[in-house]
Ligand binder design. Structure first.
Ligand code: APR
Length: 326
């Protein structure tokens, strides 16, 4: 715990996601929030704007902005959104190199100023950026993890709720694997308060083929959901929902909630994978990833999971080829 009476949350990156992260953390009074960005005055301005609503919203925490990495000193939780989105004409390697350079510096400073912190990474390409940040920061993998699965699962649950005309609060749906087109929405386990979604779709449509067609469409929409938002926004990518998702993870840690969430976690033999970060259900509490839950997968699901793991391995190989990773 930090020297403050409240936990200290550090946000590295004060862009679109960073701003929503700060506001949500303040509204929930999760702790004092410091926002770091390399752009002069930006984090100071955003934090001032958010804190000036504290009387209206009734939150009582300290918000600060800084352009000095020393502000990370003693943070309990760091959420990383530093990085650039892909621009026209940029190759995948260009983006990987650009963001890897940023994450390398960020990771070194987190290791220097708050080695006891939990680190939640959001920057893309996610699986590669978490891997790099863990290695350069030297922080144990149980405390360095990525946000993707909470959002991907929430998107899947939202589409199911719309389709069945039920409250999204009653839908349980989980998405595993890497954060990309190969992610694996777990259809067989999706349920509404315990009742399988497929069973309900079959009843709704009266035949299995149509039910499968509807589910396949929801799975595809989930996989491409990030791109759907990008296409509509025209500028930038999703930021409200990634921020909400990371805040749920931070809250689970800071309040030791033992939430079972899909987290981009380093596997050590689970699911037959060692040393790679992949999205899997985890118990998240004060010690970070306290347990990785192994879901029984059938051959088809395991096959999709393996394809997803291979795409993560490809990204990690790229980072090795570009000399970012040992
Ligand atoms: N250190 C800190 N912040 C940095 C650095 C750095 N070295 N380099 C860039 N930034 C900052 C930018 O100044 C900007 O304010 O990161 C911020 C990124 O903000 P946005 O461009 O608004 O991006 P955002 O929508 O917040 O997404 C951030 O999360 O979901 C991913 O793909 C997304 O990688 C992107 C990241």
């Amino acid at each position: 715990m930090s020297k403050f009476t409240r936990p200290k949350i550090a946000l590295v990156g004060g862009g679109n996601i960073g701003g929503v992260l700060s506001q949500l953390a303040a509204l929930k009074e999760l702790g004092d929030v410091v926002m770091f960005d390399i752009v002069e005055d930006l984090p100071q301005g955003k934090q001032l704007d958010i804190v000036e609503a504290s009387r209206v919203d009734g939150f009582d925490v300290k918000l600060e902005g800084s352009n000095d990495y020393a502000c990370l000193e003693g943070a309990d939780v760091v959420i990383v959104t530093a990085g650039l989105p892909r621009k026209p004409g940029m190759s995948r390697d260009d983006l990987l190199t650009t963001n890897a350079n940023i994450i390398k510096t960020v990771g070194e400073n987190i290791g220097k100023y708050c080695p006891e912190a939990h680190v939640i990474v959001i920057s893309n390409p996610l699986d590669a950026m978490v891997t790099l940040l863990q290695e350069v920061s030297g922080i144990p993998a149980s405390r360095v993890y990525g946000q993707a699965g909470v959002l991907d699962s929430s998107r899947f649950a939202t589409f199911i709720a719309w389709e069945l005309g039920v409250s999204v609060k009653d839908v349980n749906a989980m998405v595993l694997g890497g954060h990309g087109d190969t992610m694996v929405p777990l259809v067989r386990y999706a349920n509404v308060n315990g009742v399988p979604v497929m069973e309900q779709l079959e009843k709704k449509y009266g035949n299995a083929a149509k039910a499968k067609e509807v589910m396949d469409a929801m799975v595809e929409r989930t996989k491409k959901a990030g791109g759907e938002v990008v296409a509509l926004l025209k500028k930038g990518s999703a930021f409200y929902s990634p921020a909400s998702s990371a805040i749920q993870m931070a809250e689970a840690v800071l309040r030791d909630q033992k939430r079972v969430l899909a987290v981009c976690a380093q596997l050590n033999g689970e699911y037959g994978v060692s040393g790679y970060y992949v999205g899997v259900p985890c118990v998240l509490g004060k010690d970070g990833i306290e347990k990785i839950i192994e879901v029984d997968l059938n051959d088809e699901e395991q096959g999709m999971f393996d394809v997803s793991v291979n795409s993560v391995k490809g990204l990690v190989e790229d980072l090795k080829r570009l000399s970012f990773l040992k």
